[in-house]
Write a protein that binds this ligand. Sequence first.
Ligand SMILES: Nc1ccn([C@@H]2O[C@H](COP(=O)(O)OP(=O)(O)OP(=O)(O)O)[C@@H](O)[C@H]2O)c(=O)n1
Ligand SMILES: C[C@](O)(CO)[C@H](O)COP(=O)(O)O
Length: 236
Amino acid sequence: MSNTLWLVVPAAGQGRRMGADKPKQYLTLNNQPILAHTLARLHAAFPQARLVLCLDSDDRWFDPTWVPFAQWQRVSGGAERMHSVLNALQAMTAEGSDLVMVHDVARPCITRDDLHALYQAAQTHSGGALLAMPVADTMKRDNGDQLSQITEPRDGLWHALTPQSFRYSLLRHALEQAQQTGTVVTDEASAVEALGEAPRLVSGRRDNLKVTHPDDLALAAAILAAQSATASNRSS
Ligand SMILES: Nc1ccn([C@@H]2O[C@H](COP(=O)(O)OP(=O)(O)OP(=O)(O)O)[C@@H](O)[C@H]2O)c(=O)n1
Ligand SMILES: C[C@](O)(CO)[C@H](O)COP(=O)(O)O
């Protein structure tokens, strides 16, 4: 049985909500594109893993020198995130029991501890696992016109983050089923849940931000700076 860990990084989005002159994964944070930060974090945690990177076929910003992995391949993105991930799964030569970990390129602040915690959980839980954050705020539902109509109980509610990790055969089956039924899922866990499986929620750090809107850039830069200050404090 192979013990290969496959990292799938969907990086084929256009970054429309960011509204920049290029896709957000190519915007610079501390002198490096977001994509390079994210790949460096993944490599630091899993240097031996195999990377499958989903890029738009018309991408003109990507530079392969940003990829620190020895074994990696590029696949074309699809119409939605789930199609990009499915393209990766269909292109790779994994065994059914291999673990696949999917991580958004737009989450450059992921830490090694969270990556390792998720990996441990996914290895031991047959339904896979995802990083997630318990909802901390009071939750409102609007009436469709931005008027607060009701307060939703937040018990048991989590924000889904990435990475999310599953055995290859389970994840491929789940996403192929979603595609066949015309369901668009926004994360892997949704597709797996639809099969009746219950992925393990692994409580992750609150600073695993998905860079989405323009003001997230300054926030991500501040998080990276705070994380590196903490790391150097620890080693001094
Ligand atoms: N067809 C797509 C759409 C998204 N993604 C990736 O999925 C992740 C999460 O998507 P999101 O944050 O929504 O990114 P964008 O689609 O780029 O942003 P927007 O929705 O604002 O256009 C990102 O890493 C993005 O690059 C992808 O690989 N293929
Ligand atoms: C996968 C994800 O990052 C989990 O939070 C998210 O669902 C993807 O983001 P999108 O904005 O829905 O594409």
